[in-house]
Design a protein around this ligand. Structure first.
Ligand code: SF4
Length: 296
């Protein structure tokens, strides 16, 4: 497979074929993000011949070894690629690897809202099943500060559009993204936006300061103070307490998180709040994941 630069995928796509159809992220301006800083990863669509060869190679592997059921289309926000191109990729996948049941992709409000309901429905017909969307915060002030490139209202609108098309929506939010001073404001607004979006999957990640990013530099200049682990857990507590979901698989078990939780909400709300209260009351570092086990 032709993989250029570091390949990122959601944890739930661990078993998927990772098909890189574009390089980098078309936005690439979020102040906390260092995902696509490889010199070769200025945003571009990969050559069709390369993608077609990768699909052929995967089809042959699928026939000889184990049927491929899931595919994840990389990189950053591949949903922003032109509709015709995505249709061409999904059509060839179906033709060459008929065992594929679900295709996943990263998208954000900018890329989702560029598609019409008919276009999203067309992608769904061709086995696109889930869109992973970094919403990060429900607070427009925070979104502006981190240069997210979209608003809370746009994220909500994109959730409705995906639901209408029958596509699953997996939403990521970031604990600590507003810094210490706006921590509560960020958590409350994030609970509100999650309620309005009502996605079936949510992942709460912990903001990590990565050298080379604008957010890291702000922290070095003391213009941004990351909440401590207890502050992060307070945010998580507010989000779990205040979000209202129809039915949501809620994870805070990303490598970056201090206290791994995997919940069905609303069913597990009381249990999770009791656990968080206990950990917050004890204030004992032994209850948290050791730093050396935390990653990005
Ligand atoms: S949209 Fe995602 S990949 Fe692109 S810069 Fe922001 S966080 Fe990074």
């Amino acid at each position: 497979m032709d993989h250029i630069g570091q390949i990122f995928r959601p944890p739930s796509e661990a078993e998927s074929l990772l098909l890189q159809i574009s390089l980098g992220c078309s936005h690439n301006k979020c102040t906390y993000c260092a995902m696509y800083d490889h010199p070769d990863q200025g945003f571009r669509i990969k050559k069709w011949d390369t993608i077609a060869a990768d699909i052929e190679e995967a089809a042959s592997w699928s026939r000889q070894h184990r049927p491929i059921r899931r595919v994840f289309l990389c990189d950053g926000d591949a949903l922003i690629l032109p509709q015709d191109f995505l249709v061409k990729v999904l059509t060839l996948l179906q033709e060459k690897i008929p065992t594929v049941r679900r295709v996943g992709i990263y998208g954000d409000a900018r890329s989702i809202l560029r598609k019409t309901p008919e276009q999203l429905a067309q992608l769904k017909e061709l086995a696109l099943g889930i869109v992973y969307h970094g919403v990060e915060s429900g607070d427009d002030e925070v979104l502006r500060q981190v240069n997210k490139g979209s608003t809370a209202a746009e994220a909500i609108e994109s959730a409705h559009l995906l639901k209408e098309a029958g596509l699953r929506h997996s939403v990521m939010v970031m604990l600590g993204l507003a810094g210490h001073l706006k921590s509560r404001q960020h958590a409350e607004a994030t609970a509100k936006i999650l309620t309005a979006m009502d996605p079936p999957f949510v992942g709460a990640l912990t903001t990590t300061l990565i050298p080379g990013t604008p957010l890291f530099d702000q922290a070095e200049r003391d213009e941004f103070q990351l909440p401590d682990p207890w502050g992060m857990l307070e945010e998580l507590r507010i989000i779990i307490r205040d979000s209202q979901f129809t039915r949501c698989r809620f994870h805070s078990n990303h490598a970056s998180n201090h206290l791994p939780l995997s919940l069905n909400l609303p069913t597990d709300r009381h249990k999770a709040l009791a656990q968080l209260d206990l950990v917050l009351d004890r204030h004992d570092g032994n209850d948290l994941k050791p730093e050396y086990l935390r990653g990005l």
